[in-house]
Design a protein. Structure first.
Length: 475
């Protein structure tokens, strides 16, 4: 049955490989289950009830969208509320509440209207193949460069924001920025307080995980990424217990295992406040929808193309089969998020970890989606996986995705320059969409000044101008 549904043999894979790949993807992005409601509710500042509602919405929307990707597109890509977009949404919700003079919950319900409209627009554009035409308008060199650019972004996340350690006095300490000399720097130890030991353990765990994954992969072990993460988790838990005096499993003793359906039903389930949103003015509302749309569209396009490139799923023209179905799944996932109560749902770059573990079909996505739904009941278990262990996987996959540079003609400056601009811009901005936008702008300008402007398609020019407007007009 699974063979018939997902065409496993045709894609050179099997059930065991696909399930391991799905679990790998889930473990690398399980952090979103707790982080998304934290970001959307001010880390619980606006009440436990809405935190519970957003938590449940995150599980349901992520699971639904990912399972739809499995059956509709038969691709190993997972979806969840997008990072960056959720932080932006939280700021917008707070602004709506302040300007309209309503509670944060009412502002949240007004903000969900933006996500709803965005999802409807994307669904229409996907059905009409307009989003696919936008993908095809991206020059081949840029498309080939997306995968290594995402690789650098994954490495940046793994060494940076995924494992931020908070000091006693001056905020975040990112492990690879503050680790060097940490064992002998007494002032740093005093400054960081109890976080100093956590930082040392985090760095050790990250590298143990990376080396374990590489070693297992060299031995031909299937699921090397997943098993490497488990080894890294074990190292971190032992370190917590032995050296930091912390019980890594203490949270399981008091954890709640029952899904908070009542909170979601009363606060976020199909709770759209059109009146509050429109009180901001039509121009403001349209600007917000366009901003969310641009960021989400190119984050999704970049993730799909970059991850598919790593999995050798692109044809000779750099196009991905079943792109339309994948984009429809993404749009419906956003609609599911709006209806249940979370910000824009998009395809996650962490899907690359599952692809690297051998995932090639929708069975990988189905496994990940089922795990998200199961987290309505087992979220406490997902919460104890240390960020340092997931960082190991992200960094390893990032290193492998850099191999995509070999497909690009680096001797042609007109091709190479936009790609290298994108390589730098993506991790610095923290946005796949912004990286692609700068790459397209650079490509259009370079092709013009080298006398090749006729080779730039009209749609590429239009997209470049839209990004210029977004960057300079802050829309």
């Amino acid at each position: 049955m699974l063979e018939k549904l997902f065409k496993l043999k045709e894609n050179g894979t099997d059930v065991k490989t696909e399930i391991i790949a799905g679990l790998t993807t889930f473990m690398t992005m399980a952090y979103i289950i707790a982080l998304n409601p934290n970001l959307l509710t001010g880390f619980g500042a606006y009440g436990q009830d809405i935190w519970n509602a957003v938590f449940l919405a995150t599980c349901i929307a992520s699971g639904f969208g990912t399972i739809l990707m499995a059956f509709l597109a038969n691709k190993p890509f997972a979806m969840a509320p997008g990072m960056g977009l959720n932080s932006f949404f939280a700021v917008i919700v707070a602004n709506i509440a302040t300007v309209a003079g309503v509670s944060y919950v009412q502002g949240f319900q007004a903000g969900l209207v933006i996500i709803l409209i965005e999802g409807v627009v994307f669904l229409i554009l996907s059905v009409l193949n307009i989003r696919q035409k936008i993908v095809e308008a991206i020059p081949l060199g840029i498309r080939l460069g997306i995968s290594p650019a995402i690789g650098l972004m994954l490495m940046n996340i793994g060494f940076g924001s995924n494992v931020g350690i908070y000091g006693a006095y001056d905020g975040a300490k990112y492990v690879m920025a503050n680790f060097f000399g940490a064992l002998s720097a007494g002032s740093l130890k005093a400054e960081m307080g109890g976080s100093w030991g956590v930082m040392i353990l985090t760095v050790i765990t990250i590298f143990v995980g990376i080396f374990a994954i590489i070693g297992l992969n060299h031995k031909g072990v299937k699921g090397s990424v997943l098993f490497g993460m488990l080894i890294a988790s074990l190292v971190y838990w032992i370190g917590e217990f032995s050296f930091l005096g912390v019980d890594p499993f203490a949270s399981l003793k008091t954890a709640s295992w029952l899904p908070p359906f009542a909170d979601m039903a009363s606060l976020t389930l199909v709770k759209f406040d059109f009146n509050t949103l429109m009180s901001l003015g039509t121009f403001t509302v349209v600007t917000l929808i366009i901003t969310f749309g641009i960021i989400d569209m190119f984050d999704t396009i970049g993730t799909l193309v970059g991850t598919a490139s790593r999995a050798n799923m692109l044809d000779e023209k750099g196009n991905m089969p079943n792109m339309k179905e994948a984009l429809i799944s993404d749009a419906v996932g956003t609609l599911a998020g709006a209806c249940t109560g979370t910000s824009t749902v998009t395809t996650f770059i962490e899907s690359a970890s599952g692809v690297e573990a051998g995932g090639r079909t929708g069975l990988t996505a189905l496994t990940t989606g089922v795990m998200f739904l199961a987290c309505m009941f087992i979220s406490p278990i997902a919460a104890i996986i240390p960020a340092a262990a997931t960082s190991s996987a992200l960094i390893y996959v990032g290193i492998l995705m850099l191999q995509g540079l070999s497909k690009i003609d680096l001797n042609d400056v007109a091709t190479a320059a936009p790609v290298f601009i994108m390589l730098i811009a993506m991790p610095i901005s923290g946005s796949i969409g912004h990286g692609i936008g700068l790459g397209l702008i650079a490509y259009s300008i370079i092709m013009t000044i080298t006398g090749k402007s006729k080779e730039v398609s009209v749609l590429t020019w239009v997209i470049s101008l839209i990004f210029l407007a977004k960057f300079f007009l802050a829309i």
